[in-house]
Design a protein around this ligand. Structure first.
Ligand SMILES: *Cc1c(COP(=O)(O)O)cnc(C)c1O
Length: 382
């Protein structure tokens, strides 16, 4: 029988309503060209929200990561440390630079870069003759990494941090917004993120020179001359004024979106409270405040009598999207030769982890249906 209910997605764009007005304004004033007033307003809104002084709105989070590495002067053959449990977009720009990604495993509680393994990796790389040029911790699924320890280690070894906060707008660690800890922070406004400009990203920093330079590089590195003159290699990475209009509307509802994501997490967790063998990616302690971009859990098949994939397929049969958690980069064919400092944590998370539908537009009934279908998969095991 055909399933007539509309598909429940992992995460969908969710407009607040005002986006269209900013876009229409751009059309009315013919600010369709890349430049225009929405861009500066959007940058200001982000800066205020995460408490950094300077923001450059760009075409994607990937572009922001690429420019961050350019700004830090990463050269061919340099090494850059990054979380292994992430999306490939964190690592690809390292390779664009001709640099070598050094992959570091997660800690079991936050799923983010283990400070202990980070320090081990730094020491070992220095012993082998190379001081890493940058560290890229990721706040995976919105859960903030242990930034106190990561920053302490990075500062001690004098290595700059690029925070990949692509999934973590609205998250905080010890009350400080994700994205505002490192020398540079990266945000994404891709269609599946907590707010979207359909496609977009930003580079943020308290260092005005870095962000000025990012704007310069993102608009083809034109020198100050009446003709097109270039002394450096540039990029076409600036966010358009039309898309910045969508972003302005989305920034009006960011707090509501975070609230709803957190409520979805609370709902799912309650549903599985007494299910032995089910563990959620939850805030390890009061220092972590997550935007819960996606609610994730691990399923121990020995205790639950069901595997992650059986649950995923049961949901798919009902036209509900769920997804295995990120396959770590050290397990990816394209990055398998990268040096990796791993202890099996992210391997296990990948084996047992599942991301649940977490769209802020989901109704309570839809959430109930998702958890009902999931629960019907479980068998009591003695
Ligand atoms: C989405 C994402 C990116 C890349 O952002 P785009 O805007 O899609 O280029 C980078 N890192 C992580 C962790 C992401 O989830």
């Amino acid at each position: 029988m055909e399933n007539l209910r509309k598909r429940i997605y992992l995460a969908c764009p969710h407009m607040g309503g005002n986006e269209i007005n900013y876009v229409m304004e751009a059309f009315a004033q013919n600010w369709i060209a890349p430049v225009g007033p929405n861009i500066a307003k959007f940058e200001k809104a982000i800066a205020a929200y995460i408490g950094v002084k300077h923001v450059a709105a760009l075409t994607s989070g990937s572009a922001a990561l690429h420019l961050a590495l350019v700004l830090l002067g990463v050269q061919r053959g340099d090494e850059v440390i990054a979380s292994t449990l992430t999306f490939a977009a964190t690592i690809n720009p390292v390779v664009y630079m001709g640099a070598v990604p050094i992959l570091v495993d997660s800690e079991p509680d936050s799923w983010n870069m283990s400070p202990d393994l980070l320090e081990e990796a730094i020491r070992d790389r220095i012993k082998k003759g190379k001081r890493p040029k940058a560290i890229i911790p990721v706040h995976i699924y919105g859960m903030p990494a242990n930034m106190s320890r990561i920053m302490e280690i990075a500062n001690r070894y004098e290595i700059p941090v690029i925070e990949d906060a692509a999934e973590a707008l609205g998250s905080r660690y010890r009350d400080q917004p994700a994205g505002s800890f490192g020398k540079l922070g990266v945000l994404s406004f891709n269609g599946n993120k907590i707010i979207t400009t359909s496609g977009g990203g930003a580079l943020v920093s308290n260092d005005e020179k870095l962000i000025d330079k990012a704007r310069f590089l993102s608009t083809q590195a034109r020198d100050d001359a009446p003709w097109y003159q270039h002394s450096e290699i540039g990029y076409n990475y600036r966010l358009s004024n039309v898309l910045a209009g969508i972003g302005l509307g989305q920034m009006e509802v960011i707090d509501e979106r975070v609230k709803r994501k957190r409520a979805l997490f609370d709902f799912y967790r309650k549903q599985f409270y007494d299910f032995e063998g089910v563990e959620f990616l939850a805030e390890p302690d009061g220092a972590h405040y997550s935007n819960f971009w996606l609610t994730c859990l691990t399923v121990d098949p020995l205790k639950c009598g069901v595997t992650r994939d059986e649950i995923r397929l049961a949901l798919e049969k009902e036209n509900i999207e769920s997804r295995p958690t990120w396959k770590p980069m050290h397990l990816q064919p394209v990055f398998s030769a990268c040096p990796a400092y791993v202890d099996g944590t992210s391997d296990r998370l990948f084996e047992f982890g599942l991301c649940l539908p977490s769209g802020t537009g989901m109704t309570d009934e839809e959430c109930q249906e998702v958890s009902r279908i999931m629960q019907s998969c479980f068998k009591v095991v003695f």
